[in-house]
Design a protein around this ligand. Sequence first.
Ligand code: NAD
Length: 493
Amino acid sequence: MNADDIYTRVPTDMEDWLARLDLRMTIGGRDAPAGATGTVVHACTERPIARYPDADAGHVDAAVRVAAAAFPAWAATPWGERRACLERFADALRTQSDTLALIVAAEAGRPLRRAWGEVAFSADYVRMIAGQRLPDKAYRRAGLHAVLKHRPLGVVGAIAPWNGPVILAIAKIANALIAGDTLILRPSPFTPLSALYLGRMARDIFPAGVLNVITGDASVGAAMTTHPGIAKISFTGSTATGKRIAAAAAPTLKRLTLELGGNDAAIVLADADPAAVAETVYRISLENAGQFCAAIKRLYVHESLYDSVRDAIVRRAGAAVAGSCFRPETTMTPVQNRAQFDRVWSLFDDAVAGGGRVAVGGERHRGEGLFIPPTLVEGVGAGVRLVDEEQFGPVLPIIAFRDEAAAIAQANCGPYGLGGSIWTRDVDRGLALAERLDAGTGWVNQHGAFTAALPMPFAGESGIGMDYAEYGVAEHSQAMLINALLPSSADQR
Ligand code: NAD
């Protein structure tokens, strides 16, 4: 199956098709019944498309019990066997990619082709992380044998957002399971279906209790953050929720990986290629309705290049085709949920009230669905909410600058520190300026480019810890130093 073939497989009645999947929670390798259910709404229509099991505190306890019971055997399983299981999971993601992509498109309101790409990327991600083995590190001194080792940590609670329902769940699963931990995944209640499907897939691959999936509202996530049986919370979501989780996890001193919000700036120097800038801005900040943590969220352009960059983005945005996730010609789909939709419009309205001018987009959609057109706002700057806050939607401020140092200072304003980029034909200059950004990642002539093989650090209020490459696995491990006094030196005392 490939990204385009999948359009021939779209069910005629998506609601019926999802109901027939009969998705249930996975606790201890089997179906876990739930008395209550919640509703999944499809963003293109704002109509309910599926129901999901709504867990309670009893489900959290049950999941912790089975995950804790499965932990000793999984932790003792040789690394190569854990790797082989994860590689089978990656294979299953590939073979199930059409079904998973249809589920993601339905629940996240994402173009089907893009949903398929997320699943394919996730399969590659699992394979890459499955190959990570943390080496022991020996510290050699006369008479001493000191070695730093990495041991499994225990039960990990994974809490995910709605904007990348498969990849953001998969990243947590792969890191924890290769480290020897067991895991309870609790996806966003906006996008719970793909996670339920992942839980079902895992039953044939991992021993019972190693990977559990429960669904429910924020109270389920909150119950995980205070549960004494959970050693670590691996969280992706907003900075505000991340702070609440850190506070809730403090009494049990859980390990934390927090991947939070961002307000990434791109700085376009006078010698940059306007077409390359416009293409990236469109692809990562506008096309996916801006719902990407490391999208460019503020665009600073040298005054000499400002018109050509703005005009190139306006042309690209003008060609967007809004419509159903399930039609091949669609490139632009809605914002995932009503709260986010209202927030993005409120930032837009505030910017226009503050003197912002609309270069493209900005029209309210009259039909059904949570569509916001790709929108570029000029004439705004620091002090306007659209510039100071994370919009997480397809409305982007573009700001002219004359002085490079002032642009860097502007980019470094605010509490976030996810990423930033410099655009220039002079790569050495770009590299030097990128190092001056207060961010986890400084890109040159690209932005938001992640691969499982490279680390993803978080700075400022964009998070705590590091993900990807061997670092995500290290974050899911307990470091331990073995330090022995050797007999010969003991004899000499
Ligand atoms: P959110 O913070 O509203 O919710 C995230 C998850 O936390 C959801 O599953 C939610 O139900 C749960 N939750 C809410 N309150 C909780 C509590 N008190 N205890 C435990 N869990 C709780 O975020 P969102 O709107 O789902 O996602 C968008 C945000 O995620 C944006 O800010 C975006 O930048 C960020 N994000 C960051 C990264 C990254 O890698 N840094 C990646 C993707 C998204």
